[in-house]
Ligand binder design. Structure first.
Ligand SMILES: Cc1cc2nc3c(=O)[nH]c(=O)nc-3n(C[C@H](O)[C@H](O)[C@H](O)COP(=O)(O)O)c2cc1C
Length: 343
């Protein structure tokens, strides 16, 4: 089905295609037509972070920023769905065009800039839903909030989403909000994650519900940067890391149409740098839950991340190019690899 729709979608401007596809998907889901859109993967449960995931393949943040479509997306077979990045106040993001396809490279460049309807909208959407799957909520800061006050924005979002999320992701790795990645530096990170951890613990006892806190990092970190992250995550008892967001590097797409556009590059070219970061984190943090994301476009890529130490994986750009078939293929490849490794 997706193979039929793709030429039509790819003839549209990427952001329009995105909005159109999501609306159509939600309508199909409301009409009960989703079994026609995707073959549901066989069960492949994973227990992590105190949560049971039906399968290890999740949808990465950014596709459903406002929580308008997560039920329909989950019905395609994802083991979990991460919504957001959401900020305290609504904001329009960067001027369009701000999303570009690089089909020869199996990639996308985006400079969306955290366009979103604000945390109150997302909360209302999730509260009105009777969704039974695993929902991660990814939080960020508004563009006009200086880094010195970033913690306030993250705390504001954390307090509102805590009662609704299975886990919360602290996004400090989007390249499209000026200065955001500076929050990955050791001192800033200690203040941010320390403050969030403390408040999360208070919220956990208030709501009698433990909500794990994860941090999402960039693929462009060097060894020193990774050391700093590993140290602070261990010190502040953050529950896990999502590795990685998009890259600012253009090394592997030089000369490709749109490669010079500003923003974060995702898809096939980010697979190698994401995998490097994942492997390095696993070496530094042998038991920490890790979610591997970046460049998965076939089942073997999910297994590759598993071999590097990922407990779960997510995809975004591969899903745009391949459609829901990528989910079942990745789950199946993971299941086969696991049964091989335990045989
Ligand atoms: C158009 C677009 C928007 C994105 N928005 C977000 C976002 O709001 N928050 C976030 O944490 N990651 C965001 N991402 C990053 C993805 O979640 C993912 O980490 C990254 O694209 C690498 O995975 P992929 O190669 O499978 O796409 C976005 C990616 C794309 C392509």
């Amino acid at each position: 089905m997706y193979a039929l729709a793709r030429p039509f979608l790819f003839a549209l401007d990427p952001e329009r295609a995105h909005d159109f596809a999501l609306s159509a998907l939600r309508t199909a889901w409301q009409l009960g037509l989703n079994p026609l859109l995707a073959r549901r993967p066989a069960a492949c449960p994973v227990d992590l972070l105190g949560i049971r995931f039906e399968n290890p393949v999740g949808l990465a943040a950014g596709l459903d920023k406002n929580g308008d479509y997560f039920e329909a997306l989950a019905a395609l077979g994802f083991g979990f769905v991460e919504i957001g990045t959401i900020t305290p106040k609504p904001q329009p993001g960067n001027p369009r065009p701000r999303m570009f396809r690089l089909p020869e490279a199996g990639a996308v460049i985006n400079r969306m800039g955290f366009n979103n309807k604000g945390v109150a909208h997302l909360v209302k959407r999730v509260e009105c839903s009777n969704f039974k799957g695993v929902l991660g909520i990814n939080i960020g800061k508004n563009k006009d909030t200086p880094n010195e006050r970033a913690l306030d924005d993250y705390l504001y979002c954390l307090e509102r989403v805590h009662p609704l999320a299975h886990y919360v992701t602290v996004n400090i790795s989007s390249p499209n909000t000026q200065g955001l990645r500076d929050l990955q530096q050791e001192d800033a990170l200690r203040t941010l994650l320390g403050g969030l951890r403390e408040r999360a613990a208070q919220l956990d006892s208030k709501h009698a519900r433990r909500v794990p806190l994860l941090v999402k990092i960039a693929p462009d970190l060097d060894e020193t940067g990774l050391d700093a992250i590993a140290n602070v995550v261990a010190e502040t008892a953050i529950d896990g890391i999502i590795a990685t967001n998009t890259t600012i590097s253009r090394e592997s797409v030089r000369g490709v149409a749109h490669a010079v556009e500003a923003g974060g590059l995702s898809g096939a070219p980010v697979r190698e740098p994401s995998n490097r970061v994942l492997g390095e984190l696993r070496r530094r943090l042998p038991t920490l839950p890790l979610i591997g994301v970046g460049g998965i476009s076939e089942g073997a890529h999910a297994v590759e991340k598993h071999a590097l130490g990922a407990n779960l994986v997510q995809c975004y750009t591969g899903f745009i190019y391949r459609g829901p078939a990528l989910i079942a293929e990745s789950v199946e490849a993971w299941r086969t690899a696991m049964s091989g490794s335990t045989a």
